[in-house]
Write a protein that binds this ligand. Structure first.
Ligand code: IVH
Length: 667
């Protein structure tokens, strides 16, 4: 019989290994559920045996008591910055200078992505994380230790049996583009100020005084440098990266080593081409001399070393005209101003609309209808209006004042305490209803075929529906449906079949479809793993909810308040009465026998019969993780027609490529 002490040690080590596999190597070997079960077992044992408390236990990542402010502390070695170059000529001039300084000694360069995040320095003493500082002014930074400890990809202890006495590891904390979009969407729905870009979101998150909130932010980090060291040294930058990786850090996923100007140019172009395949924002490349023995010889200026240089990409911007500002009414009544633009090509796609976020933001940037504006689009991020070209402002340009009434229903608008958003407070606002219905039927919710925005508008004006549950009563109004414009026998049939089929969806879809503030697709999926019915979720208290890995107090409270509202209870009862499935369906557990269990899969191109979402759901059911970009961590590329750069990359990396038929064989 294993003693509690031994089991605790064993569980901690097992969980540490799984954490490392999941967050650092992106190669999980167990399902989230199995992981949660182990974590739960450890929490229970730790609660029963406080004598074995360990601040570095995997259960301690959720953050402790909020603090009043950050303490500033000195950096043992200053955190200096890099000199910038903006074109290949500048880079070549840097190369010439380096060659000249090093005479005829041979050297190589390492090229890495320049991550657009927040610089952080971690200090490990005898292998233990003791401090995390922001860059600050380079000489001293804010002590972010409590917040940084919540990032699961950062080791609290170095993964080595013989740690150096002192090792300071430096790198960049960032938010992925996906994480940023989800966070902003949630904030917008909740009426909170949105972040302008992933870097601000990462910086804002690290500046939160409550580490429990930081733990809920989708933060990640990549490490590429060192500060003070004692008891360890590195001959080359490559060796440094290798060692950091061995110690349990995420290091740049792709780097280039270059021996000549040509190779350098080639690497920089290749990196720029692959910019979109990185899940985070990068604003350029960093070129570093590989041999560290030359660093002293090369020296540094007051601000930056001569052994490295940054090559910055200009963000893709375009000039266009702001034709109009429209106002969107969201599901919760949040009013969002939207810029209607003269269509313009940026980052490979035509942009004709951009969010203006809210009135405060619009006033700060002094944006007026008729203005010439610069818009920016970074990767897949929603296009934004960066600034106005005041010199081109026409005499009749006009600002759009905050609404005094809802543009859709004329109802009262209000700004809640602590929020920047204006909201329509009319519970019966048809635009809110339309937004709710659009969300309900959308692909990542109930996925109802043949129901688009136009049809929903017609059904609303005809008084055939008001709330989602009404959709399921449409079959009783077949005659009236047939009188609607463009609704022949066949289309009514298709509509009703689509609605009927949606009664039997997975539980997470209805959880997402209900529009519970703070509950997006991912949270809905985690909830489904822990509750076998909507009723079980509705009965859960804050403690039960926050025990779930990715649910913090804010989300928990939002869920509880949602179910406490009588009108929401009524909606749920109405849905139940129509026969919509509100329970978890028995699933074939993603068993370890599934050849896809724990595998990382990327989808590209058009598949013959499955849509992207269908393929994603199917893969998830088979236990796979679906990610966006091909890397050495990818196990399988599922490719269809017109597969482009992802296919080429997979082939180059030797990643197995499957087609839909091969996937179907696994079912
Ligand atoms: S090396 C002596 N490598 O960019 C400074 N920096 O503009 C050594 N950054 O201060 C920094 N990605 O905050 C380095 N792969 C990378 C980087 C990187 C992003 C940041 C870092 C640096 C700033 C300079």
């Amino acid at each position: 019989m294993t003693s509690p002490a031994d089991r605790i040690t064993e569980l901690r080590q097992t969980l540490l290994d799984h954490n490392h596999r999941y967050y650092v190597l992106a190669e999980p070997s167990i399902s989230d559920r199995e992981y949660d079960a182990l974590l739960e077992e450890l929490s229970t044992l730790e609660a029963a045996h406080p004598e074995f408390d360990d601040p570095d236990s995997p259960t301690q990542r959720v953050g402790g008591t909020p603090i009043d402010g950050f303490v500033t502390r000195p950096h043992a070695v200053p955190m200096i910055s890099l000199a910038n170059s903006y074109n290949l000529e500048d880079v070549m001039a840097y190369h010439q200078r380096t060659c000249k300084l090093l005479g005829n000694q041979s050297f190589r360069y390492v090229v890495e992505p320049k991550i657009d995040g927040v610089a952080v320095s971690l200090r490990y003493e005898n292998g233990q994380l003791v401090q995390a500082l922001s860059r600050g002014d380079g000489r001293e930074g804010d002590d972010l230790t409590q917040n940084i400890r919540t990032l699961r990809s950062i080791p609290l202890r170095l993964r080595t049996d013989s740690p150096p006495e002192i090792l300071e590891v430096r790198g960049e904390v960032y938010m992925t583009r996906d994480g940023f979009q989800t966070l902003n969407l949630e904030r917008q729905t909740a009426g909170l100020n949105v972040f302008a870009n992933p870097r601000n979101a990462a910086a804002g998150s690290l500046k939160l005084l409550d580490a429990r909130l930081v733990a809920q932010r989708p933060l990640d980090a990549i490490w590429y440098g060192i500060g003070e060291t004692r008891g360890i040294s590195f001959e080359t930058h490559l060796e440094l990266l290798e060692t950091l990786k061995r110690f349990g850090f995420r290091t740049p996923a792709k780097i280039w080593t270059c021996e000549s100007a040509d190779e350098l140019e080639h690497a920089l172009l290749e990196l720029q081409n692959e910019k979109q395949t990185f899940p985070f924002e990068m604003d350029g490349a960093v070129i570093k001399v590989n041999e560290r023995k030359y660093y002293d010889e090369l020296g540094s200026t007051a601000k930056s070393p001569r052994w490295a240089v940054a090559y910055k990409y200009e963000p893709e911007q375009a000039e266009t005209r702001l034709l109009d500002i429209t106002v969107q009414v969201g599901r919760t009544g949040v009013l969002t101003p939207v810029a209607e633009l003269e269509p313009v090509l940026v980052s490979g796609s035509t942009v004709s609309r951009a969010t203006l976020h809210n009135w405060e933001e619009m006033e700060r940037k002094d944006i007026r209808i008729g203005d010439s504006v610069i818009i920016e689009k970074a990767g897949e991020i929603i296009p934004a209006v960066v600034r106005v070209l005041l010199e081109k402002r026409p005499a009749d340009a006009r600002a759009l004042p905050p609404p005094t009434e809802c543009p859709a229903c004329g109802g009262p608008v209000h700004r809640r305490e602590g929020e920047v958003a204006w909201r329509c407070e009319n519970p019966a606002c048809p635009a809110k209803g339309l937004s709710r219905l659009k969300h309900f039927v959308s692909r990542r919710c109930m996925d109802i075929d043949n129901v688009g925005e136009e049809l929903l508008k017609v059904l609303l004006t005809e008084g055939l529906i008001r709330e989602p549950a009404d959709l399921y009563h449409l079959a009783e109004h077949r005659e009236q449906l047939l009188t609607l414009e463009r609704m022949a026998e066949k289309s009514v049939e298709n509509l009703l079949t689509g609605i009927e089929n949606s009664k039997d969806r997975d539980l997470w879809r209805i959880l997402h479809a209900l529009g519970i503030p703070q509950v997006g697709e991912r949270t809905a999926q985690s909830l489904e793993e822990h509750f076998d019915s909507l009723d079980a979720l509705a009965a859960a208290n804050e403690e039960t909810l926050t025990a779930i890995a990715d649910i913090g107090p804010i989300v928990a409270r939002s869920i509880i308040s949602f179910f406490a509202l009588p009108e929401n209870q009524q909606h749920i009862d109405d849905l139940r009465e129509t026969g919509v499935n509100l329970t978890r369906k028995t699933k074939v557990a993603p068993s370890t026998e599934s050849p896809l269990s724990g595998k990382t899969v990327v989808i590209t191109g058009t598949l013959p019969t499955l849509s992207r979402d269908e393929a994603k759901d199917l893969l998830r059911k088979l236990g796979a993780n679906v990610t966006g970009s091909v890397s050495s961590k990818t196990d399988i590329l599922l490719a269809g027609e017109d597969a482009g750069s992802k296919l080429a990359k997979a082939q180059k990396l030797g990643v197995p490529v499957w087609d839909e038929t091969k996937l179907r064989e696994q079912i």
